[in-house]
Structure formats: C-alpha cells, structure tokens
Write a protein that binds this ligand. Structure first.
Ligand code: ADP
Ligand code: ZN
Ligand code: ZN
Length: 726
C-alpha cells in the first residue's frame, strides 16, 4: 500500500481487525504510520510479506466503501511513478483531490451501488444460461450503464446479494457510487456547422478507431475547426454511453471553450482546474469517477481522474509547455494521456496549430495518425506575415515608421490592432547614469523589473520587491534611468502617440483582478477597443476576429536564447499570435519587427510556414542528437552554498559511470541558466540516451543509488524525465 509520504516503495499491513468486507485495491485505508495514523491507498493484496510478521501492524479502518480508483487507474499511476522515478505515494496523492488526502469522507451525496464492467457489457449473455438469476441481473445492469443500488435491484429480482458477489468475482460487475438524485440532463441548444471535407475526414478516421488504442495528431491552423472536430467526436461517443476527457493547458484563460461544449454536448460536464474551490473540485471528481459526467474538461492533473466509461481522450494545444508539471512530481499530462489511452484501449487526439516537434516526429514516422486541417473553416483567410527590418529606423514607442503608418491607416478605417510585446512591467532595467548601479535582485542572478504604477522594483523570479529608490543607492546620484520597454510603458507611450484611440492592455498585472480579463475580452469583442497590447496571454485561446493588423515587437532576444527548445517556442508563439487575427471579410496582416531579418528561423517560418520551420528544426535536432532523436533526463540539484550542487552532481556522475551504463551519455554538471534563484544555487546534470528501455533500466538503478548518496543538509535534488525547460 502507498502512504502519503515521499518514500520509495510500498508498505505492508495486516487486514483490519474489524470485520469489514474484503478490501479492494483502490480503497483508502487509515493506517498507523510512525506515531500517528495516515491515509494510505490499497495497491495490492499479498499473501506473504518480506517484513518480520511480528512487526506488521493492522489497518486501522477502511475509509471508502467503494474503491476510489479502478485497476486501470492504478496501472496508470504506477506506470507514471515508475516512468518519472517518483515514489508511488507521491503519484497517488497527486491523483487525489486534496480533501481526500485526509481521512475525511466525501463531500458527496451518493450511495453505493453496482454496475456492469466493460466485460459485463460485451459478454455473450448466452454463456450464463446455467445461472439464470445472474443473467437476469446482468441484463438489467446492461440497460443502466450508470448502475443501480442493490435494493433497487432487489425490488425487481428479489434478494440478489449472493448473485452479485458471484458476478463481481467473475469481473462482470463492480461496485460503484450512485447519485442519490437523478441529474437533469441538459439538452444541447445549438447545432453545428456542416463539416468541410478535411474535418469530415478527421472525424471519420478517429471515430473508426473507437474501442481501440490509436494516437492521432490533429494539425490544424488556428480557426481551422479543430474544436468543431472535437465536438462531433464527443457527440458520437457519448451517444454510445461513454465518457470523453479533454485536457487543455489553462482553463482560466478560455471560459468560452467550456460554454461551447456545454451548448453542444448532452449530459453533465465536469470541469477540473486549480482555481476551483477544494469542495467543487472534489464534487466534480466524483461525478467523473461515478461515470456520471459525460465530459471531463481539465488541466494536466485531470489525466488521472477515474472515468469508468472513458472512450476518447483529446489534448488541445498539445505543444503547450504548461501541460507539463514543472515542480514536484514532474509529469507530462500529454504523454500520460497517450499512455492512458493505450492502457484502456481508446483513441487519443493531440490537437494543435503548432505541434511540438516530438509529436510531429511521431506523425511523420507513422507512429501517430496524421490528420491535417490546412484551411480556416468557414472561408476565413489566413493572415500574411512579413518581416520588418528596424535597423537604423527612427523608433517611437519601439514602433518603426512603417508600422506606425500602418496603424494610422487601420485606425482610420475603424479596424482593431494587436501589438504583442512579451515583457510585462514598465522597464526591464533601472540604472544610475552616474555610477552604473543597476537594480539587481539580492536573491537571484536577475535584474529587477520596474513597475512604475506601483512605484516598485520587482523580481519576476522570486517575487522579492523594493520601493523605487529616488536616489542611487550606491552614489546617491539623482540621475536614475529606465531602460527598455515592457507592456506598462508601451501602453503609456501609445496613449501619447494615438491619443484618440481606445486601448486595452492584457498581461498578468492588468488582469489580476477577478473578472477583469473577461471584461477586457468582452470590450474587445464588441469592438470598443481599437488597440490591444499584451504579452503571451494574447497568444492563448482567444480569437480576435476584428483585428486586421498584428505587430510583433522585440522577439530578437528569444532568437538567441540558450535553451535548445527556444527556436521551437518562438516559432509557436509567432504563429499563435498571428493566428488570432482576421476573418472572412477582413484578412489579417502580421508585421514582425526585427534586427535580424536574415535569421534562418524567421526565414524558414516566413517562406514555408510552421511546417517548413518544423522540418528544418527537426533536422537540426537530429544532427545534434537532441529530443526527439534522443531521450533526455535532467538531474537537478539546489543548495544554499555555491559549490554544493555541483559537488553532489559530480558524485552522482561518478555513481552513474561506475554502473557502466550502455548507450547513456552524461553531460555536466553545469550551473543552471540562472544559477542563483531565491538564494539557492542550482546546477544540473544531463543524461541522454537514444534507447528508451536502456535509459529506464539505467534510471531505475541510478535513482536507488542517488537515494543512498550523502549530501549536505539543505541540498535538494530531483530527476526531471523529458524536461521542458532547461
Ligand atoms: P480551431 O479550434 O481550429 O481554432 P474552431 O473549431 O474554433 O477552430 O473554428 C473556428 C471558427 O470556424 C468558429 O467560429 C467555428 O464556429 C467556425 N467553423 C468551424 N467549422 C466550420 C465549418 N465546417 N463551416 C463553417 N464554419 C465553421
Ligand atoms: Zn549611482
Ligand atoms: Zn529574485
């Protein structure tokens, strides 16, 4: 059994002394652990134990009548723990809503019942002729996929508890929870569009695979009707009584998506993301786990939510880095979704306008079915992108004369303009013109960002801040200057440059207040805003059909970043921002300002679009033996003193080399790109291998050894399998 503690391995207990029914894997148990009781989850039942029998303790009590997890759920969680080298307890408790990690019983109004398992649904009833009562019971349950209470069954068939036990033993029925009151089923309020031929092809290909594992990449430009494809598939699926799971990077940013599903899909939708209250989350979790929600729409952790009748998984914006958890249990919601589909045998669709190079590689090598929607749906035209060389140009507000003129023209015509600047705050640098002092974070290797409205300097990495000094802290000089430009400054400058125009700024600072983002989006949709400016929040999820001109400012830094994924991310960002603009009668135009117009990334993106860029980038990765042509693991270490992490990683490297690994390459240790962060020094060791199984075998041994390594107090280390940020 796994207990809520970051420990490797499972713990053995004797059955509870109370005369409970036989416990079932997936149930929560209360067990004595150290000096107190803890919640554990029963993973397996064994006849023997390696522990000294006199030291084994009894389970205190069984907390759940019905197991929270089914066997396939436990299989997925166990697989994830092994793959990402995490204790099973950590993985199991990540999969549980927070309230259920404590002994509390459910925030729930359900009653226990039974229902047919998938085997029970497909079994030939003729094979039960010699057990007519079992046959009758199963036949009734097959008509009620959500299940029935034993007393309801008794009312129809007489006492059937023995019969139910026999069927449960055969794996044909299982215990479940039932809603006490039947839920009203919403009827969908709107029909969809007639699908275009590309959409129809995609829907047919995926629907043909219902009932079997098959991964698909759905690559469709923004506005090509991917969501419409999802909706059709889910409609077809739920008509046969099954459930669908849709994973998205962030729900807070896309409330419209939920509305769209709600209007078109019959049956309750359970939404799961971090800004719901704990009670709401748990209730929705139960509705999914009871098989009652026909659709679960959630962020990455929803990949673990039990869904007894799951028949289709969709991952939208599959390239988005936030599908990967970046701390603690570092798992990829997307990759686990593929594994889950494989475990239960259902199709999975990864959708994006700008697929990750990993998924594209899987598509080009034929491992994934590759479905493409190259055209915008409903006749809208894709925007054209052009480069604007700003070298030697007189800039105002960071805008070249060409872009300013273009803006004037659009404003005069009553159109909307979008300006993208991926840096919030007023200025990224605050410095003394006399002595050269700059505002640095005392806890990080980072500059403080000036936020003029708040009169503060903020560190965007650790959250530390100080009041804006009026005189230089070093020489007491008065000539302090703000260098560079963030969205706050751009907004101020635009108000001077275009005094007549109405403006909206969209970034984390301007949308902090609850409901503010929606208020701004609504105003934009109604056409009350003429110029919208903002950070990458603008690149996610929202369409701005009235925008006819997009200006992308200052992406040059990203072109030369050290992370090998930086070009991929930059290309995705450009295409995603560009894709927000335009519709049928108002095609969009995108202008990208740069001082490096000859840069190969920009050139390939412009001449051949995202696919051309991706093909070139994949060739580069192949040459450099980087993912997806090799598998990557990072061992990260951080500690309060500068040389501690590197010293630990050197030992870790020795340990790795002593185990004489095949096909494993070690690189480093090296300091992390930002070595000091929140007063902790950070370093990393890279492990690369072309062969996944060798890598997994190596990691299993190495991870054990790492736990045995002595290290200074305060040092923390973690393995990051398939890291997204370097
Ligand atoms: P994506 O998810 O690829 O961005 P959507 O599914 O949101 O695309 O579709 C973009 C727009 O086109 C939406 O307004 C949608 O209603 C419309 N649309 C989708 N499919 C069709 C179709 N077959 N015919 C006409 N309009 C469509
Ligand atoms: Zn000074
Ligand atoms: Zn800091």
């Amino acid at each position: 059994m796994a207990v809520a503690a970051p420990l490797l391995g499972l713990f053995d207990y004797l059955p509870s002394q109370a005369a409970d029914a036989e416990p079932v894997p997936g149930q929560r148990l209360l067990v004595p652990f150290g000096r107190s009781n803890r919640v554990g989850i029963l993973v397996e039942i064994a006849e023997t134990s390696l522990e000294d029998p006199s030291r084994l303790k009894h389970v205190e009590s069984v907390l759940d009548e019905v197991p929270l997890f089914q066997t396939t759920d436990l299989d997925l969680i166990q697989w994830a723990a092994a793959y990402y080298r995490q204790p099973l307890g950590t993985a199991l408790f990540t999969a549980l809503p927070a309230r259920l990690r404590r002994p509390a019983s459910f925030a729930d109004d359900s009653v226990p019942g039974i229902r047919a398992t998938p085997e029970g649904h497909t079994l030939d009833l003729g094979s039960l002729t010699r057990a007519p009562k079992q046959r009758a019971l199963l036949a009734v349950l097959r008509d009620r996929p959500n299940g029935l209470t034993l007393s309801a069954l008794g009312a129809r068939l007489g006492d059937c508890s023995a019969c139910a036990r026999a069927l449960e033993g055969k794996g044909l029925i299982e215990r479940c929870r039932l809603k006490a009151m039947p839920q009203p089923v919403q009827t969908p309020s709107s029909a969809g569009h007639a699908l275009n031929p590309d959409q129809r092809k995609a829907v047919e290909a995926i629907a043909e695979s219902f009932g079997a594992f098959r991964p698909f990449l759905l690559q469709g430009v923004t506005g090509s009707g991917k969501t419409e494809v999802y909706i059709r598939l889910i409609q077809t699926l739920v008509a046969s009584g099954r459930q669908a799971l849709v994973l998205v990077p962030e729900i807070g940013l896309t409330p419209q998506l939920r509305d769209r599903f709600q209007q078109r899909i019959p049956g309750p939708i359970a939404v799961l993301h971090s800004s719901l209250s704990a009670g709401e989350r748990e209730r929705n979790w139960h509705r999914a786990a009871r098989g009652e929600a026909t659709l679960v729409l959630g962020t990455r952790s929803a990949v673990f939510v039990p869904m007894p009748r799951l028949g289709l998984i969709l991952v939208d914006e599959e390239h988005d880095a936030s599908l990967k958890q970046q701390e603690g249990f570092r798992y990829s919601g997307r990759d686990l979704a593929v594994r889950r589909a494989q475990l239960i045998g259902c199709p999975i669709v990864l959708g994006s306008a700008t697929p990750s190079l990993e998924s594209l590689h899987n598509a080009t090598t034929g491992r994934y079915g590759w479905l493409r929607l190259p055209q915008r749906a409903g006749g809208a035209r894709a925007p054209t992108i052009s480069l604007l060389d700003i070298r030697d140009q007189p800039l105002r507000a960071g805008l070249s004369p060409v872009l300013r003129d273009a803006m004037q023209t659009e404003l005069a015509a009553g159109n909307q303009i979008l300006l993208f600047l991926n840096r919030r705050g007023y200025a990224p640098l605050y410095t003394c013109h006399h002595c050269g002092w700059v505002g640095d974070c005392p806890h990080c290797d980072a500059r403080l960002t000036l936020h003029l409205g708040q009169q503060r300097l903020w560190c965007h990495h650790c959250g530390w801040s100080r009041r804006l000094p009026q005189r230089c802290p070093n020489c007491d000089g008065e000539d302090l200057r703000m260098i560079g430009r963030g969205t706050e400054r751009l907004e101020e400058e635009l108000r001077e440059l275009f005094p007549q125009a109405s403006l909206a700024r969209i970034d984390r600072d301007s949308t902090r207040r609850q409901g503010e983002l929606n208020r701004l989006l609504e105003a934009i949709r109604r056409g009350e805003i003429q110029i919208l400016l903002g950070t990458q929040m603008l690149a996610k999820g929202h369409d701005f059909p009235l925008v006819t001109l997009v200006g992308i400012l200052d992406l040059d830094q990203a072109l030369y970043a050290s992370d090998f994924r930086a070009p991929e991310r930059t290309a995705q960002l450009i295409i995603q921002v560009a894709g927000r603009a335009g519709r049928a009668d108002r095609p969009g135009r995108v202008v990208l300002q740069t001082r490096h117009p000859e840069h190969p990334l920009l050139q390939s993106l412009l001449s051949d679009g995202y696919s051309g860029f991706a093909a070139a980038a994949l060739e580069e990765r192949r040459g450099a033996e980087l993912p997806p042509f090799a598998h990557l693991v990072l061992l990260r270490a951080e500690a309060p003193l500068a040389d501690q992490p590197t010293a630990f990683l050197r030992e870790a490297r020795d340990l790795a080399e002593r185990s004489d690994p095949d096909e494993i390459h070690l690189l480093g240790p090296a300091p992390a790109p930002m070595e000091r962060r929140a007063n902790r020094y950070r370093a990393q060791l890279m492990v690369l291998s072309r062969d996944r199984p060798s890598l997994q075998r190596f990691l299993a041994r190495w991870n054990q050894g790492l736990h045995g390594l002595r290290h200074p107090k305060g040092l923390r280390w973690s393995l990051d399998v398939d890291p997204q940020d370097m």
